[in-house]
Design a protein around this ligand. Sequence first.
Ligand code: SAM
Length: 283
Amino acid sequence: MSEPSTGGTLYVVATPIGNLGDITLRALEILKQVDLVAAEDTRHSRKLFNHYGITTRMTACHEHNEAHKGEYLLQLLQSGSDIALISDAGTPAISDPGEMLVRRCREAGIRVVAVPGASACISALSVAGLPTRRFSFDGFLPPKQGARRRQLQEYAACPVTTVLYEAPHRLVHTLADIVEVLGGQRQLAVARELTKVHEELFRGSAAMALEHFGATTVRGEIVLLLAPAPAAQPQVDMTEALRELCATGEMSTKDIARKVAADYAISVSAAYQACLRVRGEKQ
Ligand code: SAM
């Protein structure tokens, strides 16, 4: 569907996740130019506005009034006003208010424009040293232990990095649950206070993380990243697997070597030699 041309524009503007310098020139320009800024917490955003000399009028739009305030903002947009949506930190609508307003604007044919910038999820992923080619973002884990453990169970065989937001007072409980449900050896990263004075990146096993963070009072904002589950170890002995594959007579030595090399994480040439040995046994 093509972009509508009538009415105003809703700009979804990313703001810093700690360091006030992490805002784009375009974001500053738009925050100065729009008719109104819908902010998650106007008092919180005042600090950013004062720092950059932004005097645009603000109105509060947060999780408790988004349904009602969204109607008002939509009417303003329909009558031609330009509005910027910001949250306390990072990108609006990502574990933050905004999803509902954006959807309504789209349904009403209002132009919605991204003004990208910081996001704790992407920032943490970019420095954690875990696989980034594929990842899943799951926001906050449930605060209640039963539901949290059930959700963690879903990551037992997850083949991609999982990015989670976590509250500091829950981190140690969550790490204990990870040890319990996924095992102490599961690799993870904890990115704490990114872009701020006390920035910390912990990388290691769940058991090591529990020991590290369990020893102190955890403070600040946290992104928890779970490494992909380690590949399941084949249950059958390799020589036995080779015997079975050869016995079917359906695969060439080369194809068997490729399969066994992948299954047992060895080189294709080593698998090929092993396959020849097994074929030799039969003669
Ligand atoms: N929309 C935001 C974004 O795009 O980053 C996220 C909002 S969510 C309500 C706030 C959570 O993001 C925090 O509880 C924490 O888990 C994470 N977070 C925000 N700033 C952070 C920082 N500087 N360092 C680590 N985590 C941060």
